[in-house]
Write a protein that binds this ligand. Structure first.
Ligand code: ATP
Ligand code: MG
Length: 603
């Protein structure tokens, strides 16, 4: 039997006003309802009710991890530098890593994720294929000095993650471990009550199903994902690989006039250029110029993890923007920012607003250009003709053909993906939506095992490098994501499996008999196995108590009040708002039915 929580003594203070430092509605409610408190930007304390919800999320995750044979352990958050040095992540993590020194001046870090520690532990203890496959996991506090800690628990600098790692001798073993995790994640997120999608997450060399994310569909999500109804293709925008536009046929290229530079006064933007292009230089085919006919060149400055900076130019059609997150994914572990006045000043050959391919590219230095690496959007076909900057103020070049008149250093997948774009699998068009990344499953392969020399003897007595998977669930983020997904105007509204209690009993009025009866009911409910919150505060008005019950968001509320004189109590459903009176002697049975009725099957 779990002890009932009594509001007369519970360490709780609900707030009527929204906290000043909270942005999102669900987060405001978590603070107002006394579940969490901010200790520092991106760092939160868990108060009793919040901790209960957190523990329930952990329990769901733990059960499903145990069910696939995961073994739980726990590594420290305070870690030595060496293993992270060996894998390159001490540097690669850049400013996201909390680094510190002990009293002897020895470098340490607060773990952002624990691939290194798990790899070394297995290396320490296991040495034969007979001991594999192996799946280890922990539910543990992580630290990342996020650039934009926002939305409270959704993006903390201290947060709780379940991270697991699989160890196998061969690729088929890894594939099986990955599938087991995938299935466990489906069960976890079904139980947590999310509307979620599983999307491709990796745009790198591995591709395919080697990396997937579980996104909670939410307008407040920081991730954008695409879906193709026709094929079922779904991917994080970061992972969408836009196919290279096919080459323009030779006859068309041959018919394209030689490139010619024209005066286009005061046209530093695509809009100002297009607005005057028809009047100044009408197209031969009679149609109007559009932004899609122009090639714009966007300059950004990359900062590599070691602090080195590098300029980068991206050429893309004038009607398409660079997508910040796609670019971020492409240049990682480097970070980027737009070119600023000082950066332009360092490259006098760049005429801001009129930059063309002539001065871009690593080979441009020979002709007095910038030597800046130049990458093109895949929609810029070889043989296609463009209007673009002529590298002089007020001048543009027309009929500049890719492959004939200019080349680039390569292609970059950084252009924004738009609603209605063709699906990369050729099956239809894409729709866009936003989501919160709740989980990530990833076939790491041998990268960490190689870096840290994790080998085992195979059947033939030969040493082979172990192959690994890594799998994360945002446990504290899940609490916030559920709060965002399920609240209403008046308060939180927990799914049964996560609610801090099964039932919230409110005793109203001043009649001692009512309070005594409520207390007996609470004892009976607790004895029947329910977790109960009892609002037994003697001097608080019914209005305040009802408001608090709505704010706290326990799915079933029982009111013991005036009706008792007529032998009835009231059962309210927090979700639907429906209420019904039941005879006092049937109260326990009715509440149990209510709670169990909507409890998940098999419970
Ligand atoms: P994001 O893109 O949101 O920063 P990530 O790709 O860095 O996430 P992983 O390194 O894959 O995330 O971590 C595994 C899981 O941990 C994520 O799926 C997410 O649920 C959670 N997580 C990651 N960063 C945070 C954070 N700052 N606060 C809370 N949860 C987080
Ligand atoms: Mg991150």
């Amino acid at each position: 039997m779990t002890r009932p929580l009594r509001l007369s003594t519970l360490f709780l203070r609900t707030l009527r006003e929204d906290p000043a430092d909270a942005e999102l509605p669900g987060h405001k409610l978590l603070v107002r309802a006394g579940y969490v408190r901010r200790a520092a930007p991106g760092v939160y304390s868990w108060l009793p009710l919040g901790l209960r919800v957190l523990r329930k999320v952990e329990a769901v995750v733990r059960e499903e991890m145990d069910a696939i044979g995961g073994q739980e352990l726990s590594f420290p958050a305070l870690l030595p530098r060496e293993p992270y040095e060996a894998t390159g992540r001490w540097t690669e993590y850049g400013p996201n890593l909390f680094r510190l020194q002990d009293r002897k001046g020895v470098d340490m870090l607060l773990g952002p994720t624990h691939e290194e520690m798990f790899t070394l532990a297995v290396k320490d203890m296991f040495s034969s294929y007979k001991e594999l496959p192996l799946t280890l996991y922990q539910i543990q506090t992580k630290y990342r000095d996020e650039a934009r800690p926002r939305a409270g628990l959704l993006r903390g600098r201290e947060f709780i993650m379940k991270d697991s790692y699989s160890f196998d001798v061969d690729d088929s073993g890894l594939e099986a471990a990955y599938q087991r995790h995938r299935e466990a994640y489906v069960r976890i997120f079904d139980r947590l009550g999310f509307d979620y999608v599983v999307v491709h997450a990796d745009s790198g060399a591995m591709g395919g199903s080697a990396s997937e994310e579980f996104l909670a569909v939410s307008p407040v999500g920081e991730d954008t994902f695409v879906r193709c109804e026709a094929s079922g293709y779904a991917a994080n925008v970061e992972a969408v690989v836009v196919p290279q536009a096919p080459d323009v046929d030779e006859a068309t290229v041959a018919a394209t006039p030689a490139a010619h530079v024209e005066d286009t006064p005061d046209s530093p933007t695509i809009a100002t250029l297009v607005a005057q292009a028809d009047a100044l230089h009408p197209r031969a085919d009679g149609r109007s110029w559009t932004a899609a006919d122009t090639l714009k060149n966007v300059l950004v400055l990359l900062t590599h993890p070691d602090g080195r900076t590098e300029p980068l130019a991206i050429g893309l059609p004038g009607d398409r923007e660079v997508d910040a997150k796609r670019l971020e994914a492409q240049v990682a572990p480097a970070t980027w920012r737009p070119f600023e006045a000082d950066d332009f000043a360092a490259y006098p050959m760049l005429a801001k607003g009129y930059i063309g391919p002539e001065v871009l590219g690593t080979d441009s230095e020979q002709r007095g250009g910038s030597g800046i690496r130049y990458l093109l959007d895949p929609s810029v076909a070889r043989g296609s003709a463009w209007v673009t900057g002529a590298d002089a103020h007020g001048r543009h070049v027309f009929d500049l053909v890719h492959g004939r008149d200019f080349t680039a250093d390569g292609v970059i997948q950084a252009g924004a993906i738009r609603e209605g774009d063709p699906s990369p699998d050729g099956a239809g068009t894409l729709t866009l939506a936003r989501g919160i990344e709740m989980g990530h499953i990833f076939q790491l392969g041998r990268k960490y095992a190689e870096a840290l020399d994790l080998k085992v003897l195979d059947e033939n007595g030969k040493l082979v490098t172990v192959t690994m998977g890594s799998y994360g669930v945002g446990v504290s983020r899940a609490v916030a994501a559920v709060a965002e997904a399920t609240h209403d105007e008046v308060g939180l509204l927990w799914p049964r499996e996560l609610a801090p209690a099964d039932v919230h009993v409110v005793a109203t009025g001043r009649d001692p008999e009512v309070f005594a009866h409520a207390e007996r009911l609470v004892q009976d409910l607790a004895a029947a196995g329910l977790e109960v919150i009892h609002d037994d505060r003697p001097k608080v008005s019914p209005g305040v108590k009802f408001k608090d019950s709505e704010l706290l968001g326990v799915p079933t509320v029982v009111v013991v009040g005036k009706g008792l004189a007529d032998g009835v109590i009231e059962i309210k459903d927090r979700l639907s708002g429906t209420r019904r009176e039941v005879a006092v002697e049937r109260a326990v049975g009715e509440v149990l039915a209510e709670v169990r009725g909507s409890a998940p099957a098999g419970d």
